[in-house]
Design a binder for this molecule. Structure first.
Ligand code: EPZ
Length: 420
């Protein structure tokens, strides 16, 4: 397993082009199962997660071609059972359930495991499928569903932690081929959900309200192939902006939608950084002493849970006491124990982290635990004194296209070493 060594203390500057969104590409790749015709997707990031999804599509019988960032999928024939040994490796594979149910009127997919950021239930997904007329059974670690025909219904997918992103995606993908009209109340409004709805509408679906809490979906008989550009990855963009805040002299992210990361740029502005925005770029620069923050993760358009760990890295050396409350995945604090090994002063009280900024962090061997926590440890290492050695970097490769190379291009002294 590779390791990443970060030699701290080298300031970043320059411009980075942001890749296509992982969390948009995954459900959109699943949606290609809804038609026999070819779909062409551009800006699909080259990640282990997207490559797992391509493997799943091929296992299900689809023809897949990838030419750098462009992927063509043609699902002329589709099996209805997704293979355990691939599905278990990536929770997001659960989003083939909706398309399989709609296309094959049955679906068997293994239950996603939990992960370090917390229990990852899919009860709201299954509630939505049942509401559309599917019989759902959970047995031997699999979800099995079948239907004689999906019928439109009024559904509410809001759970105790708010809307479900993949749950909204999954049920929307089932509803587009149901008979009649479906209303989804309590829908997720993330840009990735909007991107999926736009893709489905280009395939001939009739979806209104994407980006709001209420979706109205008029079922159609069939969908056709189409072409689509995946939106930029707002979490990758946010991660680089926080890297620029941690130790930058002016870092610009290009090929972004500034509106998608406004909660992050607002937080950086409040923390005392200068933010400059054009139509498709954002630049962060130091602007005097940075300030401690109170942050609370919320569903979009609130502050994203996927940026919480990165902000902890920044605030760990920001003078004063910062308070972060994690409302989406209350256990999503695995990164804090590792940052404390680097000298951070952090206390966890339930879903809240109290961060007392310290003068500096010190490089240390640390362990990545999940995708965003790993990125946060790299950011912490950028400014730490000495070398930070991050193991289990396969977590990073799940969701970031060449993170080490891109940071190196900005001036970071960072290397990837083959570990035993
Ligand atoms: C998506 O996960 C993202 N993944 C996550 O990004 C992101 O953190 C999350 O949305 C929240 O924004 C992808 O899009 C592939 P949820 P998802 O269903 O859809 C609870 C990353 O780092 N819940 O919106 O699986 C759940 O436990 C990843 O890129 C239920 O209770 O998350 C959580 O507390 C990590 N029942 C909350 O809702 C359900 O049936 C939000 O989860 C489903 C979810």
């Amino acid at each position: 397993m590779d390791k990443i060594l970060v030699h701290g203390g080298h300031p970043l500057s320059g411009s980075i082009k942001i890749s296509g969104s992982k969390n948009s590409a995954l459900p959109i790749l699943a949606a290609t199962l809804l038609t026999k015709e070819p779909c062409v997707l551009r800006h699909v990031p080259d990640l282990s997660d997207t490559n797992y999804m391509l493997q799943i599509l091929m296992h299900l019988g689809a023809e897949v071609e990838r030419a750098s960032g462009t992927v063509t999928v043609k699902a002329e024939k589709v099996e209805s059972t997704a293979p355990y040994d691939v599905v278990r490796r990536m929770r997001a594979s659960v989003c083939v359930l909706g398309p399989l149910l709609a296309r094959c009127k049955e679906a068997t997919v293994s239950l996603p495991g939990g992960c370090v950021i917390g229990d990852r239930p899919i009860d709201l997904h299954l509630l939505g499928f049942e509401g559309l007329g599917a019989a759902v059974r959970v047995e031997a670690g699999n979800v099995r569903m079948f239907t004689t025909g999906l019928k439109g219904a009024v559904l509410n997918l809001r759970g105790k932690f708010g809307p479900t992103v993949l749950g909204t995606d999954n049920v929307m993908m089932a509803a587009v081929l149901a008979e009649g009209t479906t209303v989804i109340e309590g829908a997720a409004a993330e840009p990735e959900v909007v991107d999926l709805a736009n893709f489905l509408n280009k395939m001939g679906a009739k979806i209104e309200g994407a980006g709001t809490r209420r979706l109205i979906i008029e079922g159609v008989k069939e969908l056709h192939g189409t072409e689509h550009d995946i939106i930029p990855d707002r979490i990758e963009a946010g991660t680089f902006l926080v890297a620029g805040a941690v130790c930058g002299h002016g870092v610009t992210v290009t090929r972004v939608v500034p509106e998608h990361i406004s909660a992050v740029t607002d937080a950086l502005t409040e923390a005392g950084f200068k933010i400059e925005t054009t139509e498709n770029s954002v630049t962060v620069s130091p602007n005097g002493a940075s300030k401690a923050l109170e942050l609370s993760t919320q569903p979009y358009p609130g502050f994203p849970t996927d940026m919480q760990a990165q902000m902890c890295a920044l605030l760990s050396t920001t003078e004063g006491i910062s308070v972060i409350t994690e409302n989406i995945f209350p256990q999503r604090y695995m990164h804090l124990a590792e940052m404390k090994r680097m000298g951070a002063h952090i206390q966890i009280e339930g879903p809240t982290a109290l961060i007392q900024g310290v003068e500096k962090l010190y490089g240390a061997p640390v362990m990545a635990s999940d995708l965003r926590a790993s990125a946060a440890l790299v950011l912490a290492g950028l400014k730490a004194e000495g070398i930070t050695e991050i193991s289990r970097v396969y977590h990073i490769d799940r969701g970031y296209e060449h993170l080490d190379e891109k940071l190196g291009a900005l001036g970071a002294h960072i290397e990837r070493v083959k570990a035993d």
